[in-house]
Design a binder for this molecule. Structure first.
Ligand code: FE2
Length: 585
């Protein structure tokens, strides 16, 4: 019988004798730990890096030897803050990101958790952990819209269980940061529990002033990706936050944000880069992490520091630098071959020890079993119901009505404008009111509706979208009949975005995965995204990103007005201006 000592000696011997599966030779390796570029060999065994150095002893006849003469090898990129439910899904986006060099995504659980609940979501995370790209998660402490089931779903017990899951790496992003100023007990308890598990607390401190940021930092929030200019980023960095600088389709801020490095000369160890949630068209046109790296290098950031922002910095932030973010023994073998540091789009991608993509082409689709287990095809609405035109009308016995309309001033931000409307036969009349549409948020199971009026969206007959963070159905239009037809078509196709004109479907974008995501590739989604922009632009929608308008209208945290489960809400004053109503349907 072996003694303990003999066993460990044998293991050590085997470790020395083991042979590599893949051996990379001839390349210049970016060492993100020392900041050097070194010519060295890399041996890969299974999913991990086995050896880095001058020796080739680990090569056997079965080893695949790849010669990277004249190439630079860098660690796979990491996006520390991503929302994998923005009409794309984790698989379709994972394939897109991976072919461009992103090998780890820290993902938002919000929509999956809301639609699946805790247990099924944990199974979902497990299923995704077998993919060539690494999906790790941040779990929300609160939703970003009021929900009937919020207290139950986002209970301390449920969230504590989720935080204990090794695939969940942080609590985030806390959109209701004003609650931290009030010392909200549940959120403070959640932060405490997160720290007990040794995990991070991600912030979302959009618009928070310096004094508030002090309180937010003191309450335990450790990062923020919401800076929209260099001054905001600098304030957060100085107050101890890790800052995640963003370039997204909605916010093209990165060049300005990077002035904290190019002008203020700050240290870059606590700086990371993200595309947050960008539209499919943005990824198709520009790319993912490779794109933000290009911007950083173009802005004059030392390339080695730029690469550290998308590799070792996020790995250190999440306490995972022993696993991710660098080319060193024991780490995941996530390695990209580049022409040089000035060309961040990789010529070859190795992820978890396997060659995944060459010249931006994925070698094989991700091995996904299918969506039925997580989004059963008939699960969009639990009830057989249909919308009727009268639901979208606003009734009052008065002759005229002053109504709190929601005015879009950009794709996302709104103002409240109280407007006088004539009532005709007891119903609010939009005739002669150019630029106004009826608006409604209707429960996907037909249980309740909030009515409203929007201006600045353009003039559509009837449009409905299940793509929004309330995961309900948003309807917009001049014609209640067309609005109800659009909602009914969304119900029929189990979720999506539909426009009706002259009684017919004029635009349709099916989103069969929970009404939020499609199962087609990002490239095809980019075409649908473009078609939607063209369709709405012809009807007077004045902005570029309609998907952002839909996603954020039912929120509970953006100024000034939102439409959600509570009603038409004045966010700044936390006041319901027009109540939702129950439906008998
Ligand atoms: Fe975000």
């Amino acid at each position: 019988m072996n003694t303990k000592n003999e066993t460990s000696q044998k293991e050590a011997h085997d470790l020395k004798k083991a042979k590599a599966d893949i051996f990379l030779t001839g390349g210049i390796v970016l060492n993100v730990y020392s900041g050097e570029l070194l010519k060295t060999n890399i041996a890969i065994k299974g999913e991990r890096i086995w050896y880095v150095g001058p020796s080739s002893d680990v090569v056997s006849k079965d080893t695949q030897v790849l010669d990277f003469a004249d190439k630079v090898l860098v660690p796979g990129y990491i996006d520390p803050h991503f929302h994998p439910w923005f009409v794309y899904n984790p698989i379709s986006f994972g394939e897109e990101a991976c072919r461009l060099g992103t090998t780890t995504l820290f993902c938002d659980n919000l929509i999956f958790y809301m639609l699946m609940g805790g247990r099924l979501f944990e199974r979902f995370m497990d299923s995704l952990s077998g993919m060539p790209i690494k999906f790790l998660w941040f779990c929300r402490a609160v939703p970003q819209t009021p929900m009937v089931t919020e207290d139950e779903l986002f209970s301390f017990e449920n969230l504590e269980r989720l935080l204990n899951n090794p695939l969940v790496q942080s609590l985030g992003e806390i959109t209701r940061w004003q609650e931290l100023l009030k010392g909200n007990q549940k959120i403070m308890e959640m932060i405490k529990a997160t720290k007990k598990f040794g995990k991070r607390v991600d912030g979302h401190t959009a618009g928070a002033k310096y004094e508030d940021l002090n309180i937010i930092s003191r309450s335990g929030v450790e990062s923020c990706h919401e800076s929209i200019n260099a001054e905001e980023a600098l304030e957060r960095l100085r107050l101890g936050f890790h800052v995640i600088l963003r370039e997204s389709s909605l916010r093209r801020d990165l060049s300005d944000l990077l002035r904290i490095v190019t002008e203020n000369k700050v240290l870059t160890d606590r700086i990371m880069l993200t595309t947050d949630a960008s539209s499919p068209l943005f990824y198709e046109e520009f790319g993912a992490t490779n794109h933000v790296l290009k911007i950083a290098i173009k802005e004059g950031i030392d390339p080695i520091m730029a690469y550290r922002m998308v590799t070792i910095n996020p790995a250190v932030y999440f306490g995972m630098d022993h696993e991710l973010g660098g080319i060193a023994p024991g780490r995941y073998a996530d390695i990209l071959a580049l022409k040089d540091l000035f060309h961040p789009t990789p010529e070859l991608v190795i992820s978890k020890g396997r060659i995944i993509a060459e010249h931006s082409n994925l070698l094989e689709p991700f091995p996904w079993e299918g969506w039925e287990a997580f989004f059963p095809s008939a699960s969009f609405s639990r009830r057989d119901w249909s919308a009727k035109a009268h639901l979208f009308q606003i009734a009052s016995p008065k002759k005229s009505l002053t109504f709190p309309t929601i005015k879009l001033i950009n794709p996302v931000i709104t103002r409240i404008e109280c407007v006088d409307f004539i009532m005709k036969d007891g119903l609010l009349d939009l005739d002669g009111k150019e630029g106004f549409c009826f608006l409604a948020l209707i429960n996907r199971h037909g249980k309740w509706i909030t009515n409203g009026i929007i201006q600045g969206f353009g003039m559509v007959e009837g449009l409905a979208s299940s793509f929004n963070t309330a995961t309900e159905i948003l309807a917009i239009g001049r014609e209640p009949e067309a609005m109800s037809a659009a909602v009914n078509r969304v119900l029929e196709i189990n979720g999506g975005i539909v426009a009706i004109e002259d009684g017919k479907v004029a635009y349709e974008f099916p989103l069969p995965l929970g009404g939020m995501m499609s199962d087609v590739s990002v490239r095809r989604l980019a075409r649908k995204d473009m078609e939607l922009r063209e369709f709405l632009s012809k009807r007077g929608y004045p902005y570029d990103d309609p998907l952002y308008t839909f996603i954020f209208l039912p929120n509970d945290f953006l100024p000034d007005a939102r439409i959600n489960y509570r009603g038409i809400v004045d966010i700044r004053n936390n006041e319901v201006l027009w109540e939702r109503r129950g439906l008998e349907n």
